[in-house]
Design a protein around this ligand. Structure first.
Ligand code: SAM
Length: 285
């Protein structure tokens, strides 16, 4: 581990740069060095390629990534108040930290830095699922765009990502994530570890992109099918899929018959592969 001796404590950095947390930006800072170190160590192979950190804030996790040996960190931050503090950190680790001021919901992270490229982030919770869906969309086009994603979500969202069929949390996000990636929870972090504390427990999740999606499907159609099916999750699929239309002789009944799925089944009973097969049928019309 390489720790530059002259780095001031994070609380001092926050006070000196006036970085009072802003709720609209989902700011809950993690100042506990044991925890930031643990997240950085959970990210595989950071000594190679690029680590893209979304929302570095005052730079707690950024420091940990650099101290744990990240070859190159590209930190994307929307809050311009944090830039000076991050510039100080970049100066302490010459050539290893690039700070990009921008909105991660608009930037193409797959085009930043050299491959292999991984994302590590204590995500702003208000946009965590939007960001994940954005990165899954990038992966659907290029499974090698990211080699890994080590992300902190609110626990309730983490449970949705990893949920298995027939469980309460299984839904659209489970299907899309597991279609393209292997996701597993690593550890929880209690609210008191953050400044200011959020209302909920957080979970760090390891999300490793698959070399190939679990089954062939178009992302757009898979999104439509899962939205229709889980949008009315208590209804049988022959009913909930009606909104997707289809030819007069086709439609839900024909799709379900062609895929061998019972017309009386409900969304939560289908595997990821079942959803892919349904999406392929919908595309055929
Ligand atoms: N990484 C820091 C830590 O662990 O203490 C801060 C994490 S805080 C939960 C989320 C960070 O994401 C904040 O710094 C916030 O300003 C930033 N953020 C919020 N929305 C963003 C966006 N659309 N693009 C980039 N960063 C954003």
């Amino acid at each position: 581990m390489t720790v530059p001796a002259d780095l001031p404590p994070l609380r001092e950095v926050i006070a000196r740069h006036g970085l009072g947390a802003r709720k609209a930006l989902g700011q809950h800072f993690l100042l506990d060095l044991n925890l930031t170190g643990r997240i950085a160590r959970a990210a595989p192979g950071i000594g190679e390629g690029s680590v893209i950190e979304v929302g570095p804030g005052p730079g707690g996790l950024t420091r940990a990534l650099l101290a744990e040996g990240a070859a190159r960190v590209i930190a994307v931050e929307k809050d311009s108040r944090c830039l000076e503090a991050l510039a100080e950190l970049a100066a302490a680790y010459p050539g290893r930290l690039e700070v990009v001021e921008g909105d991660a919901l608009e930037l193409d992270l797959g085009a930043l830095g050299a491959a292999p490229r991984q994302i590590v982030s204590n995500l702003p919770y208000n946009i965590s699922t939007a960001l994940l869906v954005r990165w899954l969309t990038t992966l659907a086009g290029d499974p090698r765009a990211f080699s890994a994603m080590t992300l902190m979500f609110q626990k309730e969202v983490a449970e949705r990502l990893i949920a298995a069929p027939r469980s309460r949390d299984y839904g659209r996000l489970s299907v899309l994530t597991q279609w393209l990636c292997q996701a597993r929870p690593l550890f929880d972090i209690p609210p008191r570890a953050f400044t200011p504390p959020p209302k909920v427990t957080s979970t760090v999740v390891s999300i490793i992109p698959r070399e190939q999606p679990l089954a062939p499907a178009s992302l757009t159609t898979l999104e439509k099918v899962t939205a229709a099916a889980f949008g009315q999750r208590r209804k049988m699929l022959r009913q909930s899929l009606k909104s997707l239309g289809g030819k007069s002789e086709g439609g839900p009944a024909a799709w379900l018959e062609a895929t061998g799925i019972a017309p009386t089944a409900r969304a939560e009973e289908l595997s990821v592969e079942d959803f892919c097969a349904l999406a392929a049928c919908v595309d055929r019309g």
